[in-house]
Design a protein around this ligand. Structure first.
Ligand code: GLP
Length: 241
């Protein structure tokens, strides 16, 4: 794993953009994208670069990690909405080439199979990730098998609480979500994982120096052949350097 430690969030976002820019050089790149607050700085830089330098996303595809069960794409808390608001509506990507699980799918099992087939059809050049305070990636909570593919998860109390800040009330946070599995994530050619702030320091320690264990889902990335971690000083506090 390549590790980059930055002085602050701004520098983290710049470094992340440099890596993303390398992937964007391929006109038909397939980008695995993520939600959460950590990638927002990177998305702002992608938008700036599109506006200032004309980098085009016309031939590209974007495939997202996860989506809440029960939320429609128009719901402001859905991840589909998040992606439009924070990236897709400000670049020239064709929305038909952006993919996310359907939170309203009537048959969850079929939806998972559909998503796995999509992932197999469009191998990702990069998978962007944040990390949960408990080491989760996407919505793969501790204990998720490393060979998992797209599935529905019951969110842990910890994750519900962490995500409650985006909702008016904690009771509005959906209890279940679709998520790419860990195998889907590690199938990407390159993985870029971003961590920011002291609340992520334990998870970053487990990711970099801990035992590879399903108890800390991100630890599997130690075995990925092209994984880059960018962490700010606070998130990197326990790994030294
Ligand atoms: C959620 C998302 C994850 C994300 C994590 C951290 O649980 N499903 O994909 O990595 O939150 O979010 P943040 O970047 O806001 O700390």
């Amino acid at each position: 794993m390549k590790i980059i430690i930055t002085k602050d969030y701004e520098e983290l976002s710049e470094k992340a953009f440099e890596i993303m820019k390398g992937v964007l050089a391929t006109r038909e790149a397939v980008l695995g994208l993520a939600t959460g607050s950590t990638p927002l700085g990177l998305y702002r830089k992608m938008i700036e670069d599109h506006l200032q330098n004309g980098t085009s996303y016309r031939g590209m595809r974007a495939i997202n990690l996860d989506e809440y069960v029960g939320l429609s794409p128009e719901n402001e808390q859905s991840y589909r909405y998040f992606m439009r608001k924070n990236l897709f509506d400000s670049i020239d990507i064709d929305l038909a080439n952006t993919y996310i699980e359907n939170g309203l799918a009537p048959n969850a099992e079929e939806e998972c199979l559909r998503y796995n087939a999509l992932l197999a059809r469009f191998p990702r050049d990069i998978q962007l990730l944040g990390i949960g305070a408990n080491g989760h990636i996407a919505f793969n909570e501790p204990g998720t098998p490393f060979d998992s593919e797209t599935h529905v998860v019951a969110l842990t109390e910890n994750t519900i609480e962490m995500n409650a800040r985006f909702f008016k009330d904690k009771n509005e946070v959906p209890r279940r979500a679709f998520t790419m599995g860990i195998k889907n994530i590690t199938d990407a050619k390159k993985v870029l994982i971003l961590a920011c702030g002291a609340s992520k320091a334990d998870a970053v320690y487990g990711l970099v120096k801990g035992k590879v264990t399903e108890d800390l889902p991100a630890s599997i990335l130690q075995q990925h052949k092209d994984c880059i971690l960018i962490a700010d000083r606070e998130a990197a506090a326990l790994i030294g350097g």
